[in-house]
Write a protein that binds this ligand. Structure first.
Ligand SMILES: [Ca+2]
Ligand SMILES: [Ca+2]
Ligand SMILES: [Ca+2]
Length: 252
Protein backbone atom coordinates (compact mmCIF):
# COMPACT_ATOMS: atom_id res chain seq x y z
CA UNK A 1 0.00 0.00 0.00
CA UNK A 2 1.40 3.41 -0.91
CA UNK A 3 1.77 6.27 1.49
CA UNK A 4 -1.82 7.55 1.86
CA UNK A 5 -0.79 11.19 2.04
CA UNK A 6 0.67 10.92 -1.45
CA UNK A 7 -2.71 9.99 -2.96
CA UNK A 8 -4.32 12.61 -5.13
CA UNK A 9 -7.06 14.58 -3.41
CA UNK A 10 -10.57 14.88 -4.85
CA UNK A 11 -11.84 18.18 -6.29
CA UNK A 12 -12.57 20.67 -3.53
CA UNK A 13 -10.05 19.04 -1.21
CA UNK A 14 -12.69 16.60 0.03
CA UNK A 15 -10.10 14.08 1.13
CA UNK A 16 -8.06 16.45 3.23
CA UNK A 17 -11.20 17.60 4.99
CA UNK A 18 -12.18 14.05 5.98
CA UNK A 19 -11.53 13.28 9.66
CA UNK A 20 -9.32 10.55 11.05
CA UNK A 21 -6.25 8.62 10.04
CA UNK A 22 -4.76 9.20 6.56
CA UNK A 23 -5.44 5.55 5.68
CA UNK A 24 -9.11 5.92 6.60
CA UNK A 25 -9.28 9.19 4.66
CA UNK A 26 -7.72 7.57 1.63
CA UNK A 27 -10.21 4.69 1.76
CA UNK A 28 -13.16 7.00 2.20
CA UNK A 29 -11.97 9.25 -0.63
CA UNK A 30 -11.49 6.27 -2.97
CA UNK A 31 -15.00 5.03 -2.20
CA UNK A 32 -16.42 8.52 -2.68
CA UNK A 33 -14.68 8.61 -6.07
CA UNK A 34 -16.42 5.35 -7.04
CA UNK A 35 -19.80 6.82 -6.08
CA UNK A 36 -19.06 10.02 -8.02
CA UNK A 37 -18.03 7.95 -11.06
CA UNK A 38 -21.28 5.97 -10.76
CA UNK A 39 -23.31 9.18 -10.63
CA UNK A 40 -21.53 10.49 -13.73
CA UNK A 41 -22.09 7.18 -15.57
CA UNK A 42 -25.78 7.02 -14.68
CA UNK A 43 -27.18 9.24 -17.49
CA UNK A 44 -25.50 7.06 -20.14
CA UNK A 45 -27.20 3.97 -18.73
CA UNK A 46 -30.58 5.61 -18.23
CA UNK A 47 -32.25 5.31 -21.61
CA UNK A 48 -35.79 6.64 -21.48
CA UNK A 49 -38.46 4.14 -20.49
CA UNK A 50 -40.12 2.15 -23.24
CA UNK A 51 -43.64 3.39 -23.97
CA UNK A 52 -46.12 1.70 -26.29
CA UNK A 53 -47.02 4.86 -28.19
CA UNK A 54 -46.00 4.46 -31.85
CA UNK A 55 -42.76 6.44 -31.26
CA UNK A 56 -39.59 4.40 -31.62
CA UNK A 57 -36.71 6.44 -30.16
CA UNK A 58 -37.21 4.51 -26.90
CA UNK A 59 -35.83 1.36 -28.56
CA UNK A 60 -32.33 2.78 -28.98
CA UNK A 61 -29.91 0.75 -26.88
CA UNK A 62 -32.38 -2.07 -26.14
CA UNK A 63 -31.61 -5.75 -26.77
CA UNK A 64 -32.33 -6.65 -30.42
CA UNK A 65 -31.78 -9.37 -32.98
CA UNK A 66 -31.34 -8.43 -36.61
CA UNK A 67 -32.63 -10.66 -39.39
CA UNK A 68 -32.04 -11.00 -43.12
CA UNK A 69 -33.97 -8.62 -45.38
CA UNK A 70 -33.89 -11.22 -48.15
CA UNK A 71 -35.05 -14.43 -46.42
CA UNK A 72 -38.73 -13.90 -47.26
CA UNK A 73 -40.01 -13.09 -50.72
CA UNK A 74 -42.93 -11.12 -49.28
CA UNK A 75 -41.72 -7.80 -47.79
CA UNK A 76 -44.85 -7.44 -45.64
CA UNK A 77 -43.89 -10.49 -43.56
CA UNK A 78 -40.10 -10.13 -43.76
CA UNK A 79 -38.81 -9.30 -40.26
CA UNK A 80 -35.48 -7.43 -40.12
CA UNK A 81 -35.29 -6.56 -36.42
CA UNK A 82 -36.79 -7.92 -33.20
CA UNK A 83 -36.18 -6.07 -29.91
CA UNK A 84 -37.33 -6.64 -26.34
CA UNK A 85 -36.97 -4.84 -23.02
CA UNK A 86 -38.39 -3.84 -19.65
CA UNK A 87 -38.67 -0.62 -17.64
CA UNK A 88 -37.70 0.05 -14.02
CA UNK A 89 -40.43 -1.05 -11.64
CA UNK A 90 -42.80 -2.00 -14.48
CA UNK A 91 -43.79 -5.69 -14.76
CA UNK A 92 -44.27 -5.58 -18.53
CA UNK A 93 -42.29 -7.21 -21.32
CA UNK A 94 -42.05 -4.91 -24.35
CA UNK A 95 -41.34 -5.80 -27.97
CA UNK A 96 -40.50 -3.91 -31.12
CA UNK A 97 -40.86 -5.54 -34.54
CA UNK A 98 -39.46 -4.11 -37.74
CA UNK A 99 -40.10 -5.48 -41.22
CA UNK A 100 -39.20 -4.58 -44.79
CA UNK A 101 -41.36 -1.80 -46.29
CA UNK A 102 -44.35 -3.55 -47.90
CA UNK A 103 -44.89 -3.22 -51.64
CA UNK A 104 -48.61 -2.65 -51.32
CA UNK A 105 -50.06 0.25 -49.37
CA UNK A 106 -51.23 -0.88 -45.92
CA UNK A 107 -50.21 -4.54 -46.14
CA UNK A 108 -50.90 -6.06 -42.69
CA UNK A 109 -48.77 -8.58 -40.83
CA UNK A 110 -49.50 -10.96 -37.93
CA UNK A 111 -46.60 -11.62 -35.57
CA UNK A 112 -46.73 -14.39 -33.00
CA UNK A 113 -44.20 -14.22 -30.18
CA UNK A 114 -44.04 -17.70 -28.64
CA UNK A 115 -43.00 -17.52 -24.98
CA UNK A 116 -41.57 -20.55 -23.18
CA UNK A 117 -42.47 -19.29 -19.71
CA UNK A 118 -40.95 -22.22 -17.81
CA UNK A 119 -37.74 -22.13 -19.87
CA UNK A 120 -37.67 -25.84 -20.70
CA UNK A 121 -37.26 -25.46 -24.46
CA UNK A 122 -40.80 -26.66 -25.12
CA UNK A 123 -43.54 -24.24 -26.21
CA UNK A 124 -46.52 -26.54 -25.66
CA UNK A 125 -46.77 -26.63 -21.85
CA UNK A 126 -49.98 -25.41 -20.21
CA UNK A 127 -48.04 -22.48 -18.74
CA UNK A 128 -46.50 -21.36 -22.06
CA UNK A 129 -47.91 -18.29 -23.80
CA UNK A 130 -48.17 -16.55 -27.13
CA UNK A 131 -48.26 -12.80 -27.76
CA UNK A 132 -50.05 -12.14 -31.04
CA UNK A 133 -49.39 -8.73 -32.59
CA UNK A 134 -51.63 -7.78 -35.52
CA UNK A 135 -50.18 -4.74 -37.24
CA UNK A 136 -52.23 -2.85 -39.81
CA UNK A 137 -50.63 0.36 -41.11
CA UNK A 138 -53.02 2.87 -42.63
CA UNK A 139 -52.57 5.59 -45.23
CA UNK A 140 -54.09 8.34 -43.10
CA UNK A 141 -51.09 8.83 -40.80
CA UNK A 142 -52.14 6.16 -38.30
CA UNK A 143 -52.04 2.43 -37.71
CA UNK A 144 -53.83 -0.22 -35.71
CA UNK A 145 -51.86 -2.62 -33.56
CA UNK A 146 -53.86 -5.28 -31.73
CA UNK A 147 -51.97 -7.18 -29.03
CA UNK A 148 -53.46 -10.38 -27.60
CA UNK A 149 -51.91 -12.69 -25.01
CA UNK A 150 -53.01 -16.27 -25.62
CA UNK A 151 -52.63 -19.29 -23.37
CA UNK A 152 -51.17 -22.57 -24.61
CA UNK A 153 -54.63 -23.68 -25.75
CA UNK A 154 -55.11 -20.56 -27.88
CA UNK A 155 -57.58 -18.82 -25.58
CA UNK A 156 -57.19 -15.05 -25.25
CA UNK A 157 -56.15 -13.94 -21.74
CA UNK A 158 -56.11 -10.24 -22.51
CA UNK A 159 -56.07 -7.84 -25.41
CA UNK A 160 -55.36 -4.19 -26.15
CA UNK A 161 -54.99 -2.06 -29.26
CA UNK A 162 -53.83 1.35 -30.36
CA UNK A 163 -51.93 3.42 -32.92
CA UNK A 164 -48.65 1.77 -31.95
CA UNK A 165 -47.07 1.40 -35.39
CA UNK A 166 -45.84 3.37 -38.38
CA UNK A 167 -48.50 4.59 -40.77
CA UNK A 168 -47.93 3.83 -44.45
CA UNK A 169 -46.57 7.38 -44.85
CA UNK A 170 -44.06 6.65 -42.08
CA UNK A 171 -42.80 3.58 -43.93
CA UNK A 172 -45.12 0.91 -42.46
CA UNK A 173 -42.19 -1.03 -41.02
CA UNK A 174 -42.26 -0.62 -37.22
CA UNK A 175 -44.70 -1.52 -34.48
CA UNK A 176 -44.41 -2.08 -30.73
CA UNK A 177 -46.31 -4.00 -28.08
CA UNK A 178 -46.33 -4.78 -24.38
CA UNK A 179 -47.47 -7.84 -22.42
CA UNK A 180 -47.84 -7.84 -18.62
CA UNK A 181 -45.88 -10.35 -16.57
CA UNK A 182 -49.19 -11.43 -14.93
CA UNK A 183 -50.80 -12.34 -18.26
CA UNK A 184 -47.61 -14.11 -19.31
CA UNK A 185 -47.48 -15.95 -15.99
CA UNK A 186 -43.85 -14.93 -15.38
CA UNK A 187 -42.04 -13.16 -12.57
CA UNK A 188 -39.15 -10.71 -12.68
CA UNK A 189 -35.73 -12.29 -12.98
CA UNK A 190 -36.99 -15.74 -13.99
CA UNK A 191 -35.44 -17.01 -17.25
CA UNK A 192 -37.74 -17.43 -20.23
CA UNK A 193 -37.27 -18.12 -23.94
CA UNK A 194 -39.09 -16.72 -26.95
CA UNK A 195 -39.05 -16.41 -30.72
CA UNK A 196 -41.31 -14.64 -33.21
CA UNK A 197 -42.94 -15.63 -36.49
CA UNK A 198 -44.63 -13.53 -39.18
CA UNK A 199 -47.65 -14.43 -41.33
CA UNK A 200 -49.78 -12.38 -43.71
CA UNK A 201 -52.99 -13.24 -41.80
CA UNK A 202 -53.84 -15.09 -38.59
CA UNK A 203 -54.37 -18.42 -40.34
CA UNK A 204 -51.69 -18.10 -43.03
CA UNK A 205 -48.40 -19.98 -43.19
CA UNK A 206 -45.31 -18.72 -41.35
CA UNK A 207 -43.23 -16.60 -43.76
CA UNK A 208 -40.37 -15.56 -41.47
CA UNK A 209 -39.00 -16.45 -38.05
CA UNK A 210 -36.56 -14.68 -35.71
CA UNK A 211 -34.21 -16.10 -34.75
CA UNK A 212 -34.07 -18.36 -37.82
CA UNK A 213 -33.42 -21.32 -35.50
CA UNK A 214 -33.71 -21.70 -31.75
CA UNK A 215 -34.84 -18.92 -29.51
CA UNK A 216 -33.87 -15.96 -27.33
CA UNK A 217 -33.17 -16.78 -23.70
CA UNK A 218 -33.39 -13.95 -21.18
CA UNK A 219 -34.48 -13.10 -17.66
CA UNK A 220 -36.70 -10.02 -17.93
CA UNK A 221 -35.73 -7.94 -14.92
CA UNK A 222 -37.37 -4.55 -14.41
CA UNK A 223 -34.09 -2.75 -13.68
CA UNK A 224 -34.17 -0.55 -10.61
CA UNK A 225 -33.64 3.11 -11.46
CA UNK A 226 -30.86 3.30 -8.89
CA UNK A 227 -29.43 -0.13 -9.69
CA UNK A 228 -26.13 1.46 -10.73
CA UNK A 229 -25.70 2.48 -7.08
CA UNK A 230 -25.48 -1.10 -5.85
CA UNK A 231 -21.80 -1.82 -6.76
CA UNK A 232 -20.51 1.45 -5.19
CA UNK A 233 -22.64 0.83 -2.10
CA UNK A 234 -21.22 -2.68 -1.79
CA UNK A 235 -17.71 -1.21 -2.12
CA UNK A 236 -18.57 1.37 0.53
CA UNK A 237 -19.73 -1.35 2.94
CA UNK A 238 -16.56 -3.37 2.32
CA UNK A 239 -14.45 -0.25 2.84
CA UNK A 240 -16.22 0.59 6.09
CA UNK A 241 -15.61 -2.94 7.37
CA UNK A 242 -11.90 -2.67 6.46
CA UNK A 243 -11.59 0.69 8.12
CA UNK A 244 -13.26 -0.62 11.25
CA UNK A 245 -10.85 -3.59 11.33
CA UNK A 246 -7.92 -1.24 10.80
CA UNK A 247 -9.01 0.86 13.76
CA UNK A 248 -9.44 -2.22 15.96
CA UNK A 249 -5.95 -3.35 14.91
CA UNK A 250 -4.58 -0.14 16.34
CA UNK A 251 -3.69 1.61 13.07
CA UNK A 252 -5.14 4.73 14.49
CA1 LIG B 1 -42.37 3.70 -28.12
CA1 LIG C 1 -36.22 -11.57 -42.43
CA1 LIG D 1 -42.26 -24.55 -21.91
Amino acid sequence: MGEPDQLRDLPGGVMSRLPGHPLGRALAAALLAIVVAGAQAAPALAAGPIAVDGQFGDWEGQACLGDSATDDSSPATNIVRFCWGTNAGDPTLYFELVRVTPQINANPVVYRIYVDTNNNGRYTDATDRQVMVEYQPKNNGTSTVQVTVLDAGGSALGSASGDWGDSFEEGATRCEAGAGFAALGITAGTPIRFYVTASSTKGAAVEDRVPDNGDVQTAPVPILGLGWLLPPLAALAAGAALWSRARRAGWR
